[in-house]
Design a protein around this ligand. Structure first.
Ligand code: IPM
Ligand code: MG
Length: 373
């Protein structure tokens, strides 16, 4: 029996292309793993009304971890139109499968390293080494949303918040509410992970990126949790910045920052900016990590217009494999993979279109394989 059982979830669009690249590289690394295909993606929404079928959850429950490619999501009305006619008008609602996976398996850490590889023509500046810790299960993406706004919810809000007075005359159909839920336990565990990472990999600071001057309740709770946890790590300085200013500072002085920690939506935004500083989404990987299970993915989407063309850059996907190898404790393989990626980028002979070349996804993967021992 193989040592690891890995759920193999290409999803759709270019998810399939980059997962093929991952396979070539993992095979060469001779990872002692069984790869178990699991259905996920837009076609399962259209055919079954669920892009994340129950059988996929069962497969994941039997696996060591999962590897995920990408998935298409569309706005509500388009999603409804593309449903199989038998499934239309049944009140089925499309919710992002990756967000559901994060919540279902309590994968509370979204680890997003963004490092400038030497020789990458797309680097905004050299020597950038950012690591975003994005809280992955709560905040604005917790799924507690209302539209139209039910009367009971409005009454409760009006009773407890004077700020609701301004919306008194707006009808329930004309008002939508998305809540930003932060729990102390949720804040503490993501912040602790960020500090532990800074300690383990020698980063001198952890930057809490929030907005407590305006979002007093939720931002304030994040800040107090950060100060509390920070006091357990006396060698690491806690910096506190606001999300808006942080975007500006990152463009100005990206090399000054290292580990950053933030809530779910701010982390979504911050990590795209961080990705762009080191070459864009083709270079950005994510680990969705809980206490006992994890799913690794490239941060990019399914880019339907490139689907099946084997055109997109597989580096993000291969970096996701590297994060998976780290998490599995396969350090030698993780290091070999990163070294091979670095060498291919530095040489610059094989490049996908985003890097100004015309090599395919699989040629890039093959170049990486050629650099593996
Ligand atoms: C990401 C993506 C997802 C998110 C989408 C696809 C739901 O943007 O992983 O950053 O918002 O988390
Ligand atoms: Mg995102």
């Amino acid at each position: 029996m193989a040592k690891y059982r890995i759920a193999w979830m290409p999803g759709d669009g270019v998810g399939v292309d980059v997962m093929d690249a991952a396979r070539i590289v993992l095979d060469k690394l001779t990872l002692d793993a069984e790869f178990v295909h699991a259905d996920i993606g837009w076609e399962f929404w259209c055919q079954e009304g669920d892009p994340l079928p129950e059988r996929t959850i069962s497969i994941l429950e039997s696996c060591t971890c999962g590897l995920f490619g990408a998935i298409t999501s569309k706005p509500i009305d388009e999603a409804e139109r593309e449903l199989h006619p038998d499934l239309q008008n049944r009140g089925l609602v499309y919710r992002s499968p990756i967000v559901r996976l994060r919540q279902h398996f309590d994968l509370y850490t979204n680890l997003r390293p963004c490092k400038a590889f030497k020789g990458n023509p797309l680097n905004y500046k050299d020597d950038i080494d950012l690591v975003v810790f994005r809280e992955n299960t709560e905040g604005l993406y917790a799924g507690v949303e209302f539209y139209p706004l039910p009367d009971e919810v409005r009454q409760a809000l009006t009773m407890h918040s004077g700020a609701m007075a301004r919306f008194e005359s707006t009808s329930g159909d004309d008002i939508a509410l998305s809540t930003r839920i932060i729990t102390r336990a949720g804040a503490r565990r993501i912040i602790r992970k960020a500090f532990e990472y800074a300690r383990d990999f020698d980063y001198p600071t952890v930057t809490l990126v929030e907005k407590p001057n305006v979002l007093r309740a939720t931002g304030g709770l994040m800040r107090s949790a950060a100060r509390e946890i920070g006091s357990d790590f006396p060698g690491i300085e806690l910096w506190e910045t606001n999300i808006d200013a942080q975007m500006m500072w990152l463009l100005k002085n990206p090399q000054e920052y290292g580990v950053m920690v933030t809530s779910n939506m701010f982390g979504d935004i911050l990590s795209d900016l961080a990705a762009q500083l080191v070459g864009g989404l083709g270079f950005a990987s994510s680990g969705n990590i809980g206490d006992h299970f994890a799913v690794f993915e490239p941060t990019h989407g399914s880019a339907p217009k490139y689907a099946g063309q084997y055109k997109v850059n597989p580096i993000a996907m291969l970096m996701a494999c590297k994060l998976m190898l780290d998490w599995l404790g396969e350090q030698a393989k993780a290091e070999a993979l990163e070294a091979a990626l670095s060498a291919v980028i530095l040489e610059g002979r094989v490049r996908t279109y985003d890097m100004g070349g015309d090599n395919t996804t699989l040629e890039m993967a093959q170049a990486v394989v050629d650099h593996l021992p």
